[in-house]
Design a protein around this ligand. Structure first.
Ligand code: AMP
Ligand code: ZN
Length: 113
């Protein structure tokens, strides 16, 4: 728990969120400003600022975040989707608690902006 972290506050229930999945390790919730018809976030419950802060011990956790994100999308009938993790402000990260974006439901372009 990081007292200054928005997503830690969501995990603690101090800020509301539309939760899609929760277990002991991870939480998935709808993005408040969706950039596609399907847009939700999957986060570890333990505060990690981003992939750069992860260690070898976090490998299973990172894999789980991706697998569960894909499973939630599938359960929503979304078979084609994009997974994004922004690491650092220049990459577009605004909340410094690791989160996987799952975006789908519309055609995507490449490269990203
Ligand atoms: P990033 O720019 O990769 O750090 O993504 C942060 C994401 O968090 C953005 O897509 C925001 O729309 C989303 N976000 C910010 N505040 C909230 C909130 N209170 N509940 C849900 N999503 C949020
Ligand atoms: Zn946090």
């Amino acid at each position: 728990m990081n007292d200054n972290c928005l997503f830690c506050k969501i995990i603690q229930g101090q800020i509301p969120a539309t939760k899609l999945y929760e277990d002991a390790d991870i939480l998935a919730f709808a993005d408040i400003s969706p950039q596609a018809p399907t847009h939700f976030l999957v986060i570890p419950k333990r505060h990690l600022s981003g992939p750069s802060a992860a260690s070898e011990a976090d490998e299973a956790l990172l894999g789980k975040i991706m697998r569960v994100g894909a499973e939630i999308a599938k359960n929503q009938g979304v078979e084609q989707f994009r997974l994004v993790i922004n690491n650092g402000a220049e990459a577009g990260q605004t909340v410094f608690h690791l989160h996987l974006h799952v975006l789908g439901g519309r055609p995507m372009t490449w490269p990203p902006g």
